[in-house]
Design a protein around this ligand. Structure first.
Ligand code: G3I
Length: 320
């Protein structure tokens, strides 16, 4: 057995997790040494779970606050990990001042937000989730209500423009569209495929598709490798960006074994597709997770005890 990050490297991918700035803090009064050690030893790519979202980064117009994200980026730099920047354009986690804008004002605020954020990090953040979750389950662009914010206020063009602005701010960054519910041949996956073909035809600088992959212990992942391949065949990178496997509660029978199966299938699907570059979990311990116990969706308990899912991911990477 070895560290996940070494096994992943040998298998030609990166292994990562969403992380939080507070437990990663180097000040022992704030941070969590176990959390820091595990992240350092086992992971080769990090994603800020919340610290790069608009409400954190620019809570008031023109007042940028990168302190929490800088903590994560600094840690990654010291431990030779890459950072996935998550996320520039999303209908959620918007500060109230943005939600109040429309038209030219909103467009200008969006351009400034993307340009300032991407520029601040430069080559330290070389991958960005530029647009997050733009689609309905039916495969059309979200519209109506708070979820339709971007399309309703700026028109469909907001996606093209966002990628172009991000590219202008860092021409070497890998720019992703990140989505959930595309892990099989669903209406949403087809809608995304058509959207992305259009972006490519118009010369929009998009380089990758993020497959979030939030799952349940009962999920079946038979279509995942095919779905990854379909997008890779467009010439794009693909990545698993938010893997988590929620236990049914109350847990019954071999819940942890089923959870391990799903973690293993997802990892194996990425390894089966040459252009799949990374597997990122959405949190690595139930201690800091958007689905803590009893859903317990991560690979380690809240006491950092590895679950069967951890050993399965390790074995799949080792078999590479
Ligand atoms: O920071 C405040 C804290 O000051 C306050 O006391 C507390 C009270 O509720 O809220 C804290 O903010 C919360 C934040 O997480 C930090 O914990 C927000 O309310 C809460 O909405 C936020 O939830 C995050 C959610 O995205 C919305 O941004 C989750 O942690 C995060 O895991 C989740 O991640 C998303 C991805 O970005 C996109 N894909 C789906 C995924 C899961 O929903």
């Amino acid at each position: 057995p070895g560290r996940l990050r070494d096994l992943a490297q040998a298998a030609g991918v990166k292994i990562g997790s969403a992380v939080r700035a507070a437990p990663l803090n180097p000040d022992p009064a704030v941070g969590d040494e176990d959390y820091r050690d595990w992240a350092r030893e086992q992971l080769s790519t990090l994603t800020a779970e919340n610290e790069l979202k608009w409400d954190h980064v620019e809570p008031a117009r023109g007042r940028f606050n990168f302190a929490a994200a800088d903590t994560i980026v600094q840690f990654a730099h010291e431990t030779e990990q890459t950072v996935r920047g998550h996320t520039l354009v999303w209908h959620s986690a918007l500060p109230a001042w943005v939600s109040a804008l429309s038209g030219d004002q909103l467009e200008a605020a969006l351009q400034t937000h993307i340009t300032s954020t991407v520029s601040h990090f430069g080559s330290d953040v070389a991958i960005w989730d530029v647009v997050n979750e733009p689609l309905n389950d039916s495969g059309s662009l979200r519209s109506g209500g708070s979820q339709g914010f971007w399309k309703d206020r700026l028109g469909e063009d907001y996606i093209d423009e966002s990628f172009r602005w991000a590219h202008a701010a860092n021409p070497t960054a890998r720019l992703y569209l990140n989505e959930y519910g595309i892990e099989s041949d669903s209406p949403k996956a087809r809608g995304l495929y058509e959207l992305v073909k259009g972006l490519l035809a118009r010369g929009v600088p998009i380089h990758g598709i993020g497959f979030q992959t939030h799952k349940l212990e009962t999920s079946r992942l038979s279509g995942l490798a095919d779905s990854l391949r379909r997008f890779a065949d467009l010439g794009l990178e693909v990545a698993i960006t938010e893997l988590g496997v929620k236990l049914l509660t109350p847990a019954g029978g071999d819940s942890l074994g089923r959870q391990a199966d799903v973690y293993g299938w997802v990892t194996a699907a990425c390894l089966a597709v040459p252009r799949c570059v990374s597997v990122t979990a959405w949190g690595f311990t139930d201690r800091y997770s958007w689905i803590p116990a009893p859903g317990a969706a991560t690979m380690l308990t809240d006491q950092y005890v590895p679950k069967p899912a951890y050993y399965r991911v390790r074995d799949v990477l080792a078999a590479g």
